[in-house]
Design a protein around this ligand. Sequence first.
Ligand code: AMP
Length: 211
Amino acid sequence: MNIILFGAPGAGKGTQSSLLIERRKMHQISTGDLLRAAIKDQTPLGQKAKSFMDKGELVPDSVVIGLVEEVLQKNKQSVIFDGFPRTVAQAEALEVIATKLGLSLDKAIFVDVPFEELKQRLVGRRVCKNCGAVYHVQTKPSQKEGVCDVCAGPLVQRPDDREEVIVTRLKAYEDFTSPLKEYYKKLKKYHEVNGNKASEEVYKSIENIIQ
Ligand code: AMP
């Protein structure tokens, strides 16, 4: 079973992916994580992506499609697509790649969270610089301020979680990603979960869909 998790930034796709990895041994392909790793490694791709990401804009389709195709050569079993596709052009490309690689794209699950809640989640989000564990200053603080509970690494705010960038990211979601709902409805792959609940409850709804 391969699934697509989509929704606005801050909807909890990463959290749900972590639970699916842990409990169902699935494999996550997160284009956001892949792009951040490319930036950290200072690859040509990372250098190209950085200026878009810093502004909260989408990285060009050709760049992310190439990246996903490359990763899919290595694994096409039990994949969670997290943050990809983010445009209809990416979704169309993914259908073509899937056919080419013999990968089934079973369900596209939309994680629905109200706009105001998304803003709160993003502004307060902190991530561990070492291991990537995710916290929130109000709803999920670390035991010691600024220090990761898992690995004692430093907690930082992602540059694109600053308030002025969040507005652009949410706008990009509205303009380019939300049309995916109609796209997957037409393909009869569309499912929806209420993401405005505790992560365990959201997880249960996702499990019900993929059982
Ligand atoms: P994320 O970690 O999924 O919130 O992604 C962080 C940023 O990476 C986004 O704001 C975009 O700039 C870029 N990005 C991630 N995935 C994609 C994608 N599928 N298409 C275009 N840009 C992306």
